[in-house]
Design a protein around this ligand. Structure first.
Ligand code: FAD
Length: 443
C-alpha cells in the first residue's frame, strides 16, 4: 500500500482540487491533512471571524470525505515539521501542496522542501486561474496595470477542471486533533464550507450580475469571496462555468475574478507589497491613529455611506466592494491616513480577508498601488448619489437615519432637524475635494 499526504491550505474542497487529485493518482491511500499552524496566528492572520469560518470549512470537508472512505486529519504545529512527522508515521511516498503567493507561503514551501526533499510536489493552478508569473509582459516578471493583464489573461491556456474524487481511502489509526471551535467577532458571519459555497454558486443569478454589482441597495454580488479565499470553490471551475454561460453578466463576473488573479500575480512577484508601498508617492501621511481614525473604524464619521460600510463590516465580517472602495478612499485620501491603518482593520474583521486582495486593493485606493490615476478621490457624497440613489443601503446599516426618506439620507446635516444620536461630519463636507490635493502638495 502506498500513501500520499495532501497538505491542504487554501484549498478546502473536494471539487477541482489539484492537490487531492494528484495525491489520489500517486498512491493507494491518501491522508488529507490540515495543520493548525501557530505561525499564522503569530503574523496576526488568524482573526476570530476567519477562524470561525475556517472551523466550518474543516468540519464540512471532513463530513464530505467520510462517505468516500477518507477523513480529514488535523494536526497542530509548524506546517513543515507537523507534515514531516506525519509523513514519517505513515511512510508517505509523496506530499502534495498548492503553490501560494505570500511571503508566508514561500517560507512554508521552503521549509517543507528542506524537510521532505523530492517527496514534496507543489501544484500550480489551485489558488488562481493563471499561474502567477506565467502571464507576463515582455521582459518583466508581472503586470503592473490591469487592462493589459486582463487581455493576456483571457488568452492564456487553462488547465482542465478536475471532478471530485469518487473514492478516497485514508489509512486507519492516524491520530488527529478535533476540529477547533472559534467565536466570531461579527454576529452575522456567513457559514463556511464547500457545500454551502456550491449551493450559493448554483443559485446565484449570474445573468443579473452586470446590472446589479454596483448597486449597494440591491446587495446583488455573489458573496463568494470568503469561499474563494479558503478555496471552498475553485476559481478555475467558476470561470469555466461562467464562460460556458457566456452572457454579459458572466463576462462582468469573470473580469472581477481576473482582478483577483491580477493582485495575486503582483503579490507573488513583490511579496513586500503586503506591507510596503508598491509605488512610493512620497506620501507623508498624517501621523496619528487618532479620533478621526476611530470614528472611521466605528462607523461614526458623520458621512452616512462611509458609516454604513464600516457598520456592515463589523456586523457581517464582509462589505460590498463599492463600499470598500468608498470607505478606504475616505481614510486614505480624505482623512489622509496611512493605508496600512485601514488595511489592518479590514484584515481584523473581513471573513474574506486576503493578503493579496486586501493589501493591493488598499494600495490601489491609496494611490500607492497599481491605479493609473493615483490622485483619484472617491467623494463619499457623489458616490452615495450614484451607488445608493434612494438611500436603501444607508438606511439598512445606520439605524439613526432609518426614518430619513430618499437620498436626503446622504446629507443629514442639511435636514431641518438632524437625527438624534448621529454624529456631525468629521471633516467639512464642502472641503472634501481639496484635502488630498493640499496634503499631497498638488496645489
Ligand atoms: P463579486 O462582485 O461577486 O465578485 C466575484 C469575485 O471576484 C469576488 O468574490 C472576488 O474573489 C473577486 N473580486 C471582485 N472584486 C475584486 C477586486 N477588486 N479585487 C480582487 N478580487 C475581486 N477581496 C477579497 O477577497 N479579500 C479582501 O481582503 C479584500 N479586501 C478589499 C479591500 C479593499 C479596500 C477593496 C476596495 C476591495 C477588497 N476586496 C477584497 C475586493 C472586493 O471588494 C471583494 O472581493 C468583493 O467585494 C467580494 O464580494 P463578492 O464575492 O460578492 O464579489
Amino acid at each position: 500500500m502506498t500513501v500520499a499526504i495532501a497538505l491542504l491550505t487554501q484549498d478546502l474542497r473536494l471539487h477541482d482540487n489539484p492537490v487531492l487529485h494528484a495525491a489520489a493518482a500517486a498512491a493507494d491511500e491518501v491522508v488529507p491533512l490540515f495543520v493548525l499552524d501557530p505561525d499564522v496566528s503569530a503574523v496576526g492572520f488568524a482573526a476570530p471571524n476567519r477562524a470561525a469560518f475556517l472551523a466550518d470549512c474543516l468540519a464540512d470537508l471532513d463530513a464530505s470525505l467520510r462517505p468516500l472512505g477518507g477523513r480529514l486529519v488535523l494536526r497542530r504545529g509548524r506546517s513543515a515539521s507537523a507534515t514531516a512527522r506525519l509523513a514519517a508515521e505513515v511512510d508517505a511516498a509523496s506530499v502534495h501542496v498548492a503553490a501560494g503567493v505570500s511571503a508566508f507561503a514561500h517560507r512554508r514551501e521552503q521549509a517543507l522542501r528542506e524537510q521532505l526533499g523530492d517527496r514534496l510536489h507543489v501544484h500550480d493552478g489551485s489558488l488562481t486561474v493563471a499561474v502567477p508569473g506565467a502571464v507576463t509582459p515582455a521582459g518583466k516578471d508581472h503586470y503592473a496595470v490591469f487592462t493589459p493583464y486582463f487581455r493576456a489573461w483571457s488568452q492564456a491556456p487553462r488547465r482542465t477542471v478536475h471532478r471530485a474524487p469518487r473514492a478516497l481511502r485514508t489509512p486507519e489509526g492516524i491520530a488527529g486533533e478535533p476540529v477547533p471551535t472559534a467565536a466570531p467577532d461579527s454576529p452575522a458571519l456567513p457559514p463556511g464550507g464547500e457545500r454551502t459555497a456550491r449551493r450559493l454558486w448554483q443559485r446565484y443569478p449570474l445573468e443579473r450580475y452586470a446590472d446589479l454589482h454596483d448597486d449597494l441597495g440591491a446587495d446583488g454580488t455573489s458573496r463568494l469571496s470568503p469561499y474563494l479565499h479558503f478555496g471552498c470553490l475553485s476559481v478555475g471551475e467558476l470561470v469555466a462555468d461562467a464562460e460556458r454561460q457566456g452572457h454579459e453578466g458572466a463576462e462582468a463576473f469573470v473580469r472581477q475574478l481576473a482582478w483577483r488573479d491580477f493582485h495575486h500575480q503582483v503579490l507573488a512577484a513583490r511579496p513586500e507589497a503586503a506591507h510596503r508601498d508598491y509605488r512610493d508617492r512620497g506620501d507623508r501621511w498624517l501621523p496619528e491613529d487618532d479620533e478621526e481614525c476611530e470614528a472611521w473604524r466605528t462607523g461614526r464619521t458623520g458621512f452616512p455611506l462611509v458609516d454604513a460600510g464600516m457598520r456592515q463590516l463589523a456586523h457581517e465580517g464582509w462589505m460590498h466592494n463599492r463600499a470598500r472602495l468608498v470607505t478606504a478612499s475616505f481614510l486614505a485620501k480624505t482623512l489622509y491616513r496611512d493605508w496600512r491603518i485601514g488595511a489592518r482593520h479590514f484584515l481584523r474583521l473581513l471573513v474574506d480577508g486576503d493578503l493579496a486582495n486586501n493589501q493591493l486593493n488598499w494600495q490601489w485606493v491609496a494611490g500607492t498601488g497599481t491605479d493609473t490615476r493615483p490622485n483619484r478621490v472617491l467623494n463619499p457624497l457623489s458616490q452615495a448619489d450614484r451607488l445608493d440613489p434612494d438611500g436603501a443601503y444607508v438606511r439598512r446599516w445606520v439605524p439613526e437615519l432609518a426614518d430619513v426618506r430618499g437620498r436626503a439620507v446622504h446629507r443629514p446635516w442639511r435636514l431641518d432637524s438632524p437625527p438624534a444620536g448621529y454624529p456631525a461630519p468629521v471633516v467639512d463636507p464642502d472641503a472634501l475635494s481639496t484635502r488630498l490635493r493640499s496634503a499631497r502638495g498638488l496645489e
